[in-house]
Design a protein around this ligand. Structure first.
Ligand code: BGC
Length: 553
């Protein structure tokens, strides 16, 4: 990834998301650390990823796994030191891997010195004003609660301050007050601190909630967008080429403003697409995917959607209708223990009953739809989860490097790890691990390496336009990606059974489809419908070669 020379590097990136604590333990204390992570960069390079997204690694009481930041400028001692982080940056960059870190803007931990100072400072003082206070808990009554399983209100009483403070997440995470220019200046300095060290991008956590206004939902407000423009302008001025990625779990038309006129975030996750991919698979019908992408507005040239199948949180069902939510729960979380807040806390493989073909199909969509794909650590080997663990801990278990008792993650015994490795007979580290899959040419890991290699050869996937192709069978999703001379047709069979379709490819008459994994030429596209058949959960990517360019014989 040539971050320095190509300002649009994030468009071609393959992102890999991991938690330092969960990846590899270098010092044998049972917790993953930067030393361990550096030791695994060769693995990531071989996998083919080009951007490493690290979940929060800052000093924190870890009541929300680090999203409760107590010091924005340090490294949690369990993970190493700032020096270790610098080494990781240098080693990642040496391998052409960009590093993306979290900027948790919206809130801090209640242990943060700013909050400790605020609660003691006199009401109305600039120090008190770092956070959002109220004498009663009826202000901003139109605001929804996000962590519905644990929180009853967005206000919590603080004895010391003698006032309520505002929080959109856990009650130990007071929201910062972005109306206070000092707060904005502080966060900008935090960004400078990490960008100055060489960090390539920032995921802006929980970004829709920065500013509150009476009579609104306190989400996506114009004032929040003004904050982002300020941040972006400074980044462009001082650190051109670095990237901002918005975490805005909202409808596409509400996310669209986070790109601004190309003057807010470079990227934003496409949250509503993700559950619809799973829905389409279960319904064996392309409609949910086509529908949400048709309703997704165009974005500025330099901007990009962030795509994912799973991440460190529950599979959120906030951006679906009530009916769709009921369907998703029925289809994917019959076991009530798999549910959390408004979502499902499961990894990719268990969501699809460990069916290899379905995992491959979903990845084929992730890697060919318009946007930059993110792979959640462990999903490249089909790791499982544990719904019996609290909160989202069941999808944050140690990376499974080998079949050893501590999964090759640590030299410490299993009982000394920050979290026990998964050990069940299907997904446990004895059955699912990197070492075995590297030795097995037909493993999921090998397949992922191959798919990533292919994707990287064609910039059309990261940069091209999207056109849906109509066909005679709703179970087959077909779309064309185009960028310059490159034209790629993607087809995916969402059904468990073999399916035929006849695609309307008239616009490409005369072209010869060449299947991209095997370089096999398919029958030339004529004026009439183009017939295609795919096995159960099959998919194919075809380069549509102009007649002269197609190979003959
Ligand atoms: C993160 C969660 C976290 C929450 C509060 C989210 O957007 O992805 O893991 O709990 O922000 O910081």
């Amino acid at each position: 990834m040539d971050v320095d020379r190509d300002p649009l590097w994030y468009k071609d990136a393959i992102v890999y998301e991991t938690h330092v604590k969960a990846f590899a333990d270098g010092n044998g204390d049972g917790v993953g650390d930067f030393t361990g992570l550096v030791g695994k960069l060769d693995y990531l390079e071989a996998l083919g990823i080009t951007c490493l997204w690290l979940l929060p690694f800052f000093p924190s009481p870890l009541r929300d796994d680090g999203y409760d930041v107590a010091d924005y400028r340090g490294v949690h001692p369990a993970y190493g030191t700032l020096e270790d982080f610098r080494r990781l940056l240098a080693e990642a960059h040496r391998r052409g891997i960009a590093v993306l870190v979290e900027l948790v803007l919206n809130h801090t931990s209640d242990r943060h010195p700013w909050f400790q100072r605020a609660r003691r400072a006199p009401p109305g003082s600039p120090e008190r004003d770092y956070y959002v206070w109220s004498a009663d808990d009826r202000k901003y009554a139109g605001t929804r609660i996000i962590f519905t399983d644990t929180e009853r209100s967005n206000w919590t009483w603080d004895e010391e301050a003698g006032a309520f403070y505002w929080h959109r997440f856990f009650s130990h995470q007071p929201d910062l007050n972005f109306d206070n220019p000092r707060v904005r200046a502080e966060l900008l300095d935090v960004l400078r601190f990490w960008a100055g060290m060489g960090v390539d991008g920032f995921r802006l956590d929980a970004v829709p909630y920065l500013v509150e206004r009476e009579g609104t939902s306190c989400e996506n407000l114009p004032e929040t967008h003004a904050v982002l423009r300020e941040l972006r302008a400074a980044l462009d001025r001082e650190f051109p080429g670095r990237m901002l990625l918005a975490e805005a779990n909202q409808w596409p038309w509400d996310v669209r403003p986070y790109f601004g006129d190309g003057d807010e975030c470079h990227m934003a996750f496409h949250f509503p697409l993700m559950p619809r991919v799973f829905m389409a698979l279960r319904l064996e019908d392309a409609a949910p995917i086509v529908d949400i992408l048709r309703r997704t507005p165009a974005i500025p040239e330099a901007c990009q959607w962030g795509l994912f199948l799973r991440n460190h949180d529950e599979l959120t069902l906030e951006m679906v209708s009530e009916e769709e939510r009921d369907y998703m729960v029925l289809a994917y979380a019959r076991d009530p223990r798999a549910r959390l807040n408004v979502g499902i806390r499961r990894r990719l493989a268990p969501l699809v009953d460990n069916a290899r073909r379905r995992v491959e199909l979903l990845n084929s969509l992730l890697f060919s739809m318009p946007g930059t794909p993110t792979v959640y650590y462990g999903d490249e080997i089909g790791m499982g989860d544990d719904v019996l663990r609290p909160d989202r801990d069941g999808v944050r278990t140690p990376m499974q490097w080998s079949g050893a008792p501590s999964a090759g993650f640590s030299a410490a015994p299993p009982e000394a790890l920050y979290s026990a490795p998964i050990t069940d007979p299907v997904y446990g580290c004895a059955a699912v691990n990197v070492e075995a899959q590297l030795r097995d040419p037909s493993s999921l890991l090998r397949w992922m390496q191959n798919l990533i290699r292919l994707r990287k050869q064609f910039r059309v996937f990261g940069r091209g336009s999207l056109e849906f192709v109509s066909g005679t069978n709703r179970r087959i999703l077909a779309y064309v990606r185009r960028w310059g001379e490159d034209t790629v047709l993607c087809v995916a069979n969402l059904s468990r059974h073999m399916q035929p379709s006849a695609l309307d490819l008239q616009a490409f008459a005369g072209r010869v489809p060449v299947e991209m994994l095997g370089y096999t030429e398919f029958p030339r596209i004529e004026r009439g419908p183009w017939p295609v058949s795919l096995g159960g959960y099959g998919f194919a990517w075809f380069e549509l070669r102009a007649p002269a360019a197609a190979r003959t014989g």
